[in-house]
Ligand binder design. Structure first.
Ligand SMILES: *[C@@H]1O[C@H](CO)[C@@H](O)[C@H](O)[C@H]1NC(C)=O
Ligand SMILES: *[C@@H]1O[C@H](CO)[C@@H](O)[C@H](O)[C@H]1NC(C)=O
Ligand SMILES: *[C@@H]1O[C@H](CO)[C@@H](O)[C@H](O)[C@H]1NC(C)=O
Length: 483
């Protein structure tokens, strides 16, 4: 004989109207189907469709019934069950309507249409927060819908089994409750026991499609909140309504807690959100910014949301603006020019060329600024403006002076925002060198090589190598000049 512990099924979104069932008193299934039929008629008349966002950002359309009229109608369904004479029952308004619906309802309506529900699963479990159910677990039974449910009610049955001495000891189906929401709180589950759920969807015209069964799901043996398991995976996204987003995927199993705490951090900000799992498989992170680094941590919360487990974490970079809008788009902050090259020419000029960061029509203008910061040149800055299609500038160089310039190319986009790139240009006496191209180093290398070569010549073929000492001297001067 089974001694059933009490299982409470509470509508998770509307805990106010939740109720306790006593499963060891077997509720008549046919009777509950008729109750569901009556309530579905009340839903149709006094409820209305509403939407809510699920964790992954998708929209769930459900039937909202937390209205005063619906509650009265539902009372009419329930109250009239035990009365025969409607005239003497004193019912009025919506309650009377409920009573009329009860008379129209049937426990044996044939199947109509198809089920809006494709699967049922125990989404999560955690030690129960309900007084008197201290040593048990609560969880959420989630129904996955293939279309908006319409004004339906869900008749929930369950059974349990335990494994002992080589075989399963399994109960009969126990009819538990009529629910109007597709996420249903189940309380009082016993550690170590397996549970299975069966859902019949009932609409205003009768049963909808076939019943849906969940898999067997085992309740943990230890009364603790499970730490979420790695890995966390982030997938970047973008849409026109929410902007830059990311989906946080985590391995969700029936052993995990129903309550999660998500923390999203960037260098300056941290946002903590507590969420409850639902039938979707990821958590939408919205209000992100382009091109930013984030750290996300996920921890499981106890049912009273007070205790959190140790967190697991992941880092990611959000989408780059140009990945979404294309390079140089006005939706994005402007980028600096790239690939700056400096070609020094014999007539004391340097030709500076670059690759534009955007199409010319998205560039308002270029500002070229250069200023000597080392050496004997005039240190006043020079600024020149160039039209959008330009990709080069001829810079006059001082002759017979040794100085180093900072050369900056600022590009303004069509709405005036700017970005810049810089390079350094070193002018060594008459030799003109682009510092960014490391020519001074190469010159140094060549000089040392010549020096060694010269010493070698000097030592080995002293008499036949007359020109070497002069070269050494020349290079040596240059070397000390630069240093
Ligand atoms: C109906 O209402 C009348 C007067 O309000 C009352 O006397 C009577 O007892 C009520 N009947 C029931 C069944 O509640
Ligand atoms: C962090 O995020 C906040 C809010 O989105 C934003 O204002 C701030 O600029 C971000 N900081 C960094 C360093 O990205
Ligand atoms: C310098 O020489 C280049 C060719 O090497 C020529 O195109 C340019 O016009 C000259 N600039 C000046 C100022 O003479």
């Amino acid at each position: 004989m089974w001694l059933y512990s009490s299982i409470l099924l509470l509508s998770a979104t509307n805990l106010v109207s939740s109720f306790v069932v006593l499963p060891y008193i077997q509720i008549d299934y046919a009777h509950l189907i008729r109750v569901a039929h009556c309530k579905a008629k009340c839903s149709e008349k006094y409820g209305y469709p509403k939407t809510r966002e699920q964790l992954d950002g998708s929209i769930d359309e459900y039937f909202f019934v937390s209205t005063e009229e619906y509650t009265k109608c539902e009372n009419g369904c329930l109250q009239f069950q035990h009365r025969r004479d409607m005239k003497r029952s004193n019912l009025t308004g919506e309650t009377l309507q409920g009573a009329k619906f009860w008379i129209e309802s049937s426990a044996h309506s044939g199947k109509v249409g198809s089920s809006p529900v494709s699967s049922a699963e125990l989404l999560c479990q955690m030690p129960s927060a309900t007084v008197d159910l201290d040593d048990s677990f609560e969880g959420l039974l989630g129904l996955t819908k293939v279309r908006p449910s319409g004004p339906v009610q869900y008749v929930v049955q369950w059974k349990q089994r335990t494994y002992a001495l080589g075989y399963y000891d399994e109960s009969q189906w126990i009819t538990a409750s009529v629910e109007s929401d597709s996420i249903i709180k189940v309380d009082g589950m016993i550690p170590g026991v397996q549970y299975k759920f069966l859902v019949t969807v009932v609409g205003p015209a009768g049963k909808l499609g076939d019943t849906i069964q969940s898999e067997w799901t085992e309740i943990s043996n230890t009364l603790i909140v499970k730490t979420p398991s790695a890995p966390l995976i982030v997938k970047n996204g973008f849409n026109s309504e929410q902007g830059v987003i990311a989906h946080l995927h985590f391995p969700r199993t029936a052993y995990d807690s129903c309550n999660l705490r998500v923390q999203v951090k960037n260098a300056t900000n941290s946002i903590v959100t507590d969420v409850r799992v639902d039938p979707t498989f990821s958590i939408l992170l919205s209000h992100l910014e382009f091109d930013s680094s984030y750290a996300v941590t996920l921890s499981a919360l106890s049912s009273d949301q007070i205790t959190a487990t140790s967190p697991i974490s992941v880092r990611f970079n959000s989408f780059q603006c140009r990945q979404v809008y294309g390079k140089g788009s006005l939706h994005c902050a402007p980028e600096p020019v790239s690939n700056i090259r400096v070609a020094v020419r014999p007539n004391s000029t340097a030709l500076i060329t670059w690759t534009a960061s955007a199409e010319p029509e998205n560039i308002l203008t270029y500002a070229i600024t250069y200023q000597a910061f080392l050496g004997t040149c005039n240190k006043d800055p020079t600024t020149v403006y160039l039209a959008a299609p330009s990709t080069s500038y001829e810079m006059p160089l001082p002759s017979n002076k040794h100085c180093e310039f900072m050369f900056r190319i600022t590009n303004y986009d069509a709405i005036g925002r700017e970005a810049f790139a810089e390079t350094r240009i070193a002018v060594i006496k008459e030799h003109l060198v682009n510092a960014s191209m490391k020519i001074p180093l190469i010159a140094l290398g060549v000089s040392s090589f010549l020096l060694v070569l010269a010493v070698f010549c000097f030592a080995i073929c002293r008499c036949c190598c007359t020109k070497c000492p002069a070269k050494v001297a020349e290079n040596k001067t240059k070397l000390t000049d630069y240093a």
